[in-house]
Design a protein around this ligand. Structure first.
Ligand code: KG4
Ligand code: ZN
Length: 347
C-alpha cells in the first residue's frame, strides 16, 4: 500500500504555506509571503497578514497539488497550525483545513507550530534523533525544548523573556537603516565587519541570572545597548561603522544562542541538537554551532533555510508523524489558540 498523502497548512504569521508529503517524502511546498506588504511598517501587521492569507490560500493549494501531481481527492489526512500565532492569521488556515477535511471526509490534525518546526527535519535528514534538544529561533519565538517524541512529548526548557531572536535582528536592522526583514540584511553586511569590534552584552548569561534563567533568553538589553552605542557615535559626529556594529551584534546573539543550546544538551545528557526557525538560516549561527557542538560531542541538525522559515511542509511532516504514531485526530470544532502551550502537540 502506498504511504499516506498528507496535506499541511500553515498561516500563523506572514507566510501562507501549503505542503504535501507522501510518507516522509516532500512532494510540494508552496509558500506565499506577505512580508513585502509589512516592510514599510517594520514589522508584521496582523490584519494585513490575515487578509493576505485569504487571498493566497486557494492559489497556494492549487500550486501545491499541481507541484505534487495529485488532486485534493487523493489526500489521506490534513494537518494545520492551530497555534501559537496571530489569531486572525491562524483562523484563515484553520477554516480552510476544516473545510477540506470535512468536504473530503478525511482526518484533521490541529497542530502546534513549534512542534512542526521540529518535525520538518524528518523530511530532509531522516528519522528524528529522540530524545533531542530543539532550539527554535524566529521572528516570533525563541525557545529551547526537550523533545522525547515530537508526536506527543515536547517539554519547554526556556524561552525569551522579551524580544524573540529574529525580532532583535529586525529591530537592530531598522536602527541601522538596513530594512525589513533585518536578519538576512545583517547576516550579509556582518560578513564585511569585525565581530570583535564592540563588546555588546550577552543577556541572561551572568552567574547571578543563571539560577532562574539558565535556559531563557533576553535580547531587549542588547538591542538597547546597540541603540545607545549608535547614539553616542552620532553625537560625537562619527560615521557609524555599520558592518562592525552588525557583526558585533550578530556575534552577541549567536554566542548566547549556541551557548545555551549546548548547555541544555549537557544538562539533559542529550547529544542531539535540532535547530529551526528563520534565524537558523543565519550563516554565523550555523558556523559557530557546528564548531562548538563538535567540541562538545553533540550532533547538530538544521534543515535547509527554505524549511527553517515558516512553511506548509513542516505541518505536513508533523501530520505524517502523528498518523504514524496512531495519534487521535482533532475534533472538527477545535478553536485557534494564539498562545497554545508548547506541550500541546495536537489539539
Ligand atoms: O521563521 P520565520 O520565517 O517566521 C517567524 O517569525 O515565525 O522567521 C523570520 C525571522 C525574521 O525575524 C528574520 O529577520 C529572521 O527570521 N531571519 C534571520 C535570517 N533570515 C531570517 N535572522 C538572522 N539571520 C538570517 N540569515
Ligand atoms: Zn515559525
Amino acid at each position: 500500500m502506498a504511504e499516506p498523502l498528507v496535506l499541511g497548512i500553515e498561516t500563523s504569521c506572514d507566510e501562507t504555506g501549503v505542503g504535501i508529503v507522501r510518507g516522509y517524502q516532500l512532494l510540494a511546498d508552496a509558500v506565499a509571503s506577505s512580508v513585502e506588504e509589512h516592510a514599510r511598517f517594520g514589522g508584521v501587521i496582523p490584519e494585513v497578514a490575515a487578509r493576505a492569507h485569504l487571498e493566497s490560500m486557494v492559489p497556494a493549494l492549487q500550486r501545491a497539488c499541481a507541484e505534487a501531481g495529485v488532486s485534493l481527492h487523493d489526500i489521506d489526512a490534513v494537518a494545520v497550525t492551530s497555534g501559537p500565532g496571530l489569531v486572525g492569521a491562524l483562523l484563515v488556515g484553520v477554516a480552510a483545513a476544516k473545510a477540506l477535511a470535512f468536504g473530503l471526509g478525511k482526518p484533521l490534525y490541529g497542530v502546534n507550530h513549534l512542534s512542526a518546526h521540529v518535525a520538518v527535519d524528518r523530511l530532509e535528514h531522516g528519522p528524528l534523533p529522540q530524545p533531542a534538544i530543539a532550539m527554535l529561533v524566529s521572528g516570533g519565538h525563541s525557545s529551547l525544548l526537550r523533545v522525547d517524541d515530537v508526536s506527543y512529548a515536547v517539554t519547554p526548557m526556556g524561552h525569551t523573556l522579551d524580544d524573540a531572536a529574529g525580532e532583535a535582528f529586525d529591530k537592530v536592522a531598522r536602527l541601522l537603516g538596513l530594512g525589513f526583514p533585518g536578519g538576512p540584511a545583517i547576516d550579509r553586511i556582518a560578513g564585511d565587519g569585525n565581530a570583535a569590534a564592540i563588546a555588546f552584552p550577552r543577556g541572561l548569561t551572568a552567574r547571578a541570572e543563571m539560577d532562574k534563567h539558565r535556559f531563557d533568553f533576553s535580547f531587549s538589553g542588547l538591542k538597547t545597548a546597540v541603540a545607545r552605542w549608535v547614539e553616542h557615535a552620532e553625537a560625537d559626529g562619527r560615521t557609524i561603522p555599520v558592518a562592525d556594529v552588525a557583526a558585533s551584534f550578530q556575534e552577541a546573539v549567536v554566542d548566547v544562542l549556541t551557548r545555551k543550546a549546548l548547555d541544555a544538551c549537557a544538562h539533559e545528557g542529550i547529544a542531539h541538537l535540532l535547530i529551526g526557525g528563520g534565524v537558523a538560516a543565519n550563516s554565523r549561527l550555523r558556523a559557530m554551532v557546528f564548531e562548538r557542538a563538535a567540541r562538545a560531542g553533540v550532533e547538530v541538525r538544521i534543515p535547509r533555510p527554505g524549511l527553517c522559515t515558516d512553511n506548509g511542509a513542516m505541518v505536513a511532516s508533523l501530520g505524517a508523524q502523528l498518523l504514524a504514531s496512531g495519534i487521535q485526530p482533532s475534533a472538527l470544532d477545535f478553536a485557534v489558540d494564539s498562545s497554545l502551550p508548547i506541550e500541546t502537540v495536537t489539539v
